[in-house]
Design a protein around this ligand. Structure first.
Ligand SMILES: Cc1cc2nc3c(=O)[nH]c(=O)nc-3n(C[C@H](O)[C@H](O)[C@H](O)COP(=O)(O)OP(=O)(O)OC[C@H]3O[C@@H](n4cnc5c(N)ncnc54)[C@H](O)[C@@H]3O)c2cc1C
Length: 320
């Protein structure tokens, strides 16, 4: 059975949830093998093993972590050449998509981005993507080289399965090109106990209807009661009410949580582009004609300043 390479998303060996999802998908296509770039093997190993990784290709030279995404693309390029995997899976994060694109060019392969599922039929690997506001599902296959596929976080549930996570060191000679953009400083985002937006199982987002930056405290309170991440529409981030890194949409982050709750958001096409693959969508809007109601599973017509605090109280009471 051919290997399927999964690029591990991690910080010093703390493995992100999406990697377990990718290993779960990789097991459907072949033998899941993780690729860890940078230090952290000892910390990452048990998580990778618990999600079925048979091998972990480790490129831990500290120099690899000193530059932006190019080193990861070169590590994967070497492994694609040496191991001829059935496919390479990466997370549909900003970094993951850039690495996928670089790898595709370097290996002369096709790339598919923002997949929500993958499957194999014989030797062919295909990916499922949702397009046109989630109204159309397309299934595509790479016809050249090694299929390189980025998968949206939360597209599948990570399944636990025993893997040996055997360490295989990968020596890599970085090209001069990979040293073109060096990381000069790293600032850890302060986000308290809230989960990371694009990985969260629940996202509570606020829009222009929230009315001000201070009023975002009602959105945060509901998010905290649910253990959710906080998102925002571009109207809210452009107004300076919430930081831009929380923007959901075409020019913000793409999320695909189990539950997306939109409060005071009209549902513009650019916002939908970032959240339409959420499994269950709930909207609170005082305008019954707001376009967001076209795609919701549950809708509440009402003033969010009354509905959201009442909902928060209900959630807290139920948890207590
Ligand atoms: C190239 C481009 C890229 C873009 N990228 C993005 C993007 O990534 N993400 C994004 O979000 N937008 C993006 N936009 C902007 C997008 O077109 C919309 O302008 C934006 O999404 C609107 O945000 P909103 O829904 O919060 O505001 P509005 O459209 O103004 O809607 C506010 C809603 O709040 C409701 N409301 C008001 N008060 C209350 C209340 N008290 N209680 C309940 N409901 C209330 C109103 O009825 C209304 O439906 C982009 C636009 C362009 C042109």
């Amino acid at each position: 059975m051919a290997e399927v390479l999964v690029l591990v998303e991690h910080t010093d060996g703390a493995v992100k949830k999406v990697t377990g999802e990718l290993l779960t998908l990789a097991a459907r296509l072949g033998e899941p093998a993780a690729v860890l770039v940078g230090p952290g093997f000892d910390a990452a190993r048990s998580t990778l093993a618990a999600h079925g990784a048979t091998k972990v290709y480790v490129a831990e030279d500290p120099e690899l972590s000193s530059y932006l995404v190019a080193p990861a693309a070169e590590v994967l390029e070497k492994l694609v050449g040496d191991r001829s995997p059935a496919a390479v899976l990466l997370a549909s994060s900003a970094d993951g998509k850039e690495i996928a694109a670089r790898l595709a060019i370097r290996t002369g392969s096709g790339v598919l981005t923002d997949a929500t599922d993958v499957s194999a039929s014989g030797d062919a690997v295909s990916a499922e993507q949702q397009v046109f506001g989630g109204s159309t599902i397309v299934r595509s296959a790479v016809t050249r080289g090694t299929p390189i596929i980025t998968v949206r976080p939360n597209s599948v549930a990570a399944v636990r399965s025993d893997g040996s996570a055997e360490r295989v060191d990968v020596p890599v000679e970085l090209s001069d090109g990979a040293r073109g953009a060096r990381i000069t400083d790293t600032v850890v985002e302060e986000r308290g106990a809230r989960p990371e937006l694009s990985e969260a199982a629940i996202v509570v987002s606020g829009g222009r209807g929230v009315g001000s930056g201070e009023n975002f405290s009602v959105i945060e309170a509901l998010a905290d009661s649910l253990g959710a991440a906080v998102g925002a529409s571009r109207a809210a981030t452009d107004a300076g009410w919430y930081p831009h890194q929380h923007q959901v949409g075409q020019t913000g982050k793409t999320v695909s949580p189990q539950l997306y709750l939109a409060a005071g958001i009209s549902g513009a096409i650019q916002h939908r582009a970032g959240m339409q693959t959420s499994k269950t969508i709930v909207a609170i809007n005082k305008d019954a004609e707001a376009p967001i109601f076209e795609l919701v599973d549950f809708g509440v017509v009402g003033d969010l300043h009354q509905v959201v605090p009442a909902l928060t109280e209900k959630v807290r009471a139920r948890k207590a």
